[in-house]
Design a protein around this ligand. Sequence first.
Ligand SMILES: NC(=O)c1ccc[n+]([C@@H]2O[C@H](COP(=O)([O-])OP(=O)(O)OC[C@H]3O[C@@H](n4cnc5c(N)ncnc54)[C@H](OP(=O)(O)O)[C@@H]3O)[C@@H](O)[C@H]2O)c1
Length: 322
Amino acid sequence: MNVGIIGAGHIAGKIARTLEYTDGIDCQAVGSRSAEKAAAFASEFRIPRAYGSYSELLDDPDVDLVYVATPHSHHFDVTMEAIGKGKACLVEKAFMANAAQTRAVLEKARERHVFVAEALWTRYQPARDIINRLISYGRIGSVRQISATLSYSIENKPRVMLPELCGGALLDLGIYPLNFVRMVRDNPIEKIESNCILSDTGVDISESVSLTLKGGIIANIQSSACCAGFNTATVAGTEGCLVVDNVNNPQRIRIYAKGGIFKEEIRVPDSISGYEYEFLACRDAIEKGLVEAPEMPHSETLFLMELMDSLRKKWGVRYPMD
Ligand SMILES: NC(=O)c1ccc[n+]([C@@H]2O[C@H](COP(=O)([O-])OP(=O)(O)OC[C@H]3O[C@@H](n4cnc5c(N)ncnc54)[C@H](OP(=O)(O)O)[C@@H]3O)[C@@H](O)[C@H]2O)c1
């Protein structure tokens, strides 16, 4: 499968490096708003073709999968254009600015029978399956409580601070702990309570969200773009708990019995960077003729986007495209 990268920024570099080592998947092209930037990126990551516009990349007949790595505010236009040109897309999280854009993109993908998926990488990683198996084997009993935090000190990034770039901790970071909860238990939400601190620029800089899930489960998540957090997740059950070392790329899962007695540590399999799994999943889905990735179905992408819309509405965080 040949990948074309849209937007030669931070995460695009990590993906390009990962694909250099991923068997059977090649990065063949990069598209940037600047031809010079595209050429420098292509030379750094040994990518054969560099384009000075996104549209040119979308016209490249040898690109099978377009990876969209622009700020959230700029996912919509390029993804719609790509789908219109019949190009399969893997779009960085948060998928779009809001649920309305998400619905439009997913509808168009289904209409044209073009594959599109959200690059929420933890959905595709092996840790997800390991955690869910441990729970289903009864290692912690019945799940009653889930907590997860993701906080980085990234106030220096315009992408995170500006409403016009769809900034805020929720779309950038909070989506990971929310998604963690959904991967462990996707029971219907009965009640949501939340707190948020707004930045001077009018985006959510720190937040906490408490979800009451059907079946007697409380899930608490926190995210912040202005502090360096200890970004773990805990799933507590009637017989013990499970601690995941990193919500945004789990490496170790520890199991404790009642009374905090340590039982076992499971390490996830070695990987290139952990980003390869989402590309391998896209390749499998495209080969099967699917329009969505089973690991991150369209319904789940829309669910998270609607949930984040409702939280932003409560907090008064508005984007120009809302
Ligand atoms: N999965 C992960 O672990 C992870 C980690 C970080 C970020 N992300 C996601 O990846 C996306 C990009 O994040 P990033 O940290 O890579 O951002 P970044 O370093 O700022 O790069 C974004 C790129 O988008 C392009 N772009 C197009 N319009 C832009 C505009 N108006 N302002 C700024 N850049 C614009 C630019 O590329 P050109 O100038 O080349 O066109 C820019 O280099 C976001 O959706 C973010 O949530 C995911």
